[in-house]
Design a protein. Sequence first.
Length: 403
Amino acid sequence: MRKHSLLITAAIVFSLLVLFMSAPSYGGEVRGVTDQTITIGAVCDMTGPTNSTIGAFGNAGGIRNCFRYLNEKGGINGRQVRLIIHDCGFTMPGAMAGFKKFIYKDKTFAIYLPGTGQTRALAPHIQKEKVPTITGGLSDTVITPVEEKRYIFIPCASYQDQITVLVDYIMKDLKAKDPRVAIVTLEIEYGKVGLAAAKKRLKHYGLDPVGVEIVPLGAVDFTTTILNINRARADYVIVHLDLTTAVPFVRETKRYKMGARMLGDYYSCDEDIVKAAGIAAKGYIGSHAFNSWYDDTPAMPELRDVTLRYEPRGPKTRNRYYVQGWVVSLIFAEAMKRAGKNLTPERMVEAMESLRDFDTNGLSGSITYTPTNHKGGESCRLFKADVEKGRMVPISGWVKVAK
């Protein structure tokens, strides 16, 4: 019996020795973290309908080049960032496939997601797998309630905030009296969020939209849409479209002599609209949470220089979504740096929630997170189309959303 007990004890001791001797160093114990690297995954639309804003010269390019630059300067607490990009084609199955690949094959520590619908669908999986996530789906709905979406953050003011600023501009800055406001939006989740936000803010002033036009992503024919707006005798139109759909819409308004003044948020506030639409964009107002490539803010010259050094054969300019990608990388990097060498998902989230007035040196408004609010800020700027320059030029400082 005694001999048998000794054999059992020896077996247990041997098993424990094997376990501890084979255990990896700390970096290997956390998914996506080694002693030398931190693996980040970015689900982006590289080939689909939104690739101009989320692809190689948009979000994905900004994320990639900023991390490359940070790696050049020494990385994060002695580790290099290893970025993997998955092309989702801006589809739900593509985003789901990318997430599964990142978590179960590539073993990424944190991820970036491209849209509202994709983020909402993946939220339970993000919570289960404890994946620190920043999303380009800038809806309040992707981060609330926080206790169910602890690991998800958005990098700036939401769509709801940007639309609120536009409606307030009509009512307070333009001092419109009983304005007739129409809304043009998309049939996808992004569009539904924007429509609800516009209706809510109009209701704040005792108004209802005089017309709501819902169009498919990538639409090119707006004959019926514009004629309906004209029949509704709209004074203003809130444009909540993606960039590729906003360009032909704004351009076509001249052809059909639409008299209503246009105000667009986020994807519908971009230099490409002014360049493509020309005189049709005269008087166009936009709200956005990121500055443009052309702005003379402290960090923009460095961003421009680094970008053109890395990609001398690429386009000579980039859009705001590239700037957004750059800021996403800065947020990830700052949080990982604050989390320290002992990097874990929980420490990462706590570090994110410790950011207070994080300064991007003018690429965006200051960024603040708390344990109860995972929205990066509530400030955006107003811009106006300069048709001669082909740009959206700022007409305000950072405007904080009024409640």
